[in-house]
Design a protein around this ligand. Sequence first.
Ligand SMILES: NC(=O)c1ccc[n+]([C@@H]2O[C@H](COP(=O)([O-])OP(=O)(O)OC[C@H]3O[C@@H](n4cnc5c(N)ncnc54)[C@H](O)[C@@H]3O)[C@@H](O)[C@H]2O)c1
Length: 352
Amino acid sequence: MSTGDRLRVAIVGLGIGMAHAAAYVALRDRFVVRAVSDPDDARVAAVTGWLRDLTVLSFDEVCAADDIDVVDLCTPPYLHLAQIEQALRSGKHVVCEKPLVASLADLDRVAALSEATGRRVMPVFQYRYGAGLQRLKAAVAAGVTGRAYTASVEVGWRRGPEYYAAPWRGTWDGEFGGVLTTHAVHHLDMVMEVLGPMASVSAQVATRVNDVEDEDCAAAVLTTADGALVSLVATLGSVEEISRNRFCFEHLSAESHTGPYDHATEPWHFCPTAETSERFAAVEAPSVRDGFAGQFEGLHAALVDGAPLPVDLDDARRAIEVVTACYASAAAQRLVLLPLEPDDPAYRGVRP
Ligand SMILES: NC(=O)c1ccc[n+]([C@@H]2O[C@H](COP(=O)([O-])OP(=O)(O)OC[C@H]3O[C@@H](n4cnc5c(N)ncnc54)[C@H](O)[C@@H]3O)[C@@H](O)[C@H]2O)c1
């Protein structure tokens, strides 16, 4: 491990990787970005003009470097599996953007290699790092909310030709799925953080907004293990962009604000019953930073202090499983029950 418990990071891919860099800089007492890798010279120039003492390396050089602890993969999805495997085999811990890999089979392959190499893999789900969602989670953990009845998720984002200019976007081979896999997966992760994994899925998908291969509209009805009902609508054609997560419990309703890209943060609207309001007011939520920095704080605690990873391969597994089940349901026009076992054809991935 690095000197002074500052973890030495290499960021590979400098699109959203720039936002990762900003988060590591905000946590400069715990991380130092030692290297970046990207074939796009303009993007490299943008980061080297801003971060000092940085080495520009190829991906192979990142893996071979002995002064890197963590390889942070922000590359297009179709590169993730091979890059995760090479980094793990090189003795690095890995952070990897969503979608981690294309299927449950690939996820299990990564988990086995992580186990064999003794190196950790942290998938990215930074949307859950917001004080509103954290307060709700704390209320559930404190037993204040009672039974969950329903949850609803709205994803109204907007994407057009400029977004799809990168050749991998909008293709099954490049990004493994559209609005469900690439965007709504954050909102579903937030639901599962509060209510646990899903038990059944019935979904429809459509491509109506852009001329692309994968879906840009989706609707689904899901159930949790104890029978709560969840609805989802997601589109990449919303004129006004919003995100919203809403939960109805026996003793509390909770609703996020509608900021499209930060709706886990406060202010949330919480409405406890009269009998519950005192107990709800006494709930203490952990103080976490928003977004990537909140997740990376947990990464440092995991790798340096031995805490559990803040987001782990089981979290990626339930996310891949639920979106896979949506595609399987839409393709077969039937209800899909979870978990998806290795003998299920969808375990190796689905292409509607
Ligand atoms: N968590 C989030 O909120 C969030 C937001 C955006 C994107 N993402 C995910 O991040 C990943 C990247 O998406 P993006 O929007 O940044 O895409 P992007 O196309 O803007 O950036 C990807 C970068 O990777 C570089 N790259 C390609 N091959 C490389 C290689 N072999 N080695 C090093 N660099 C390489 C490209 O030159 C490009 O600069 C995707 O998996 C995407 O789903 C997550």
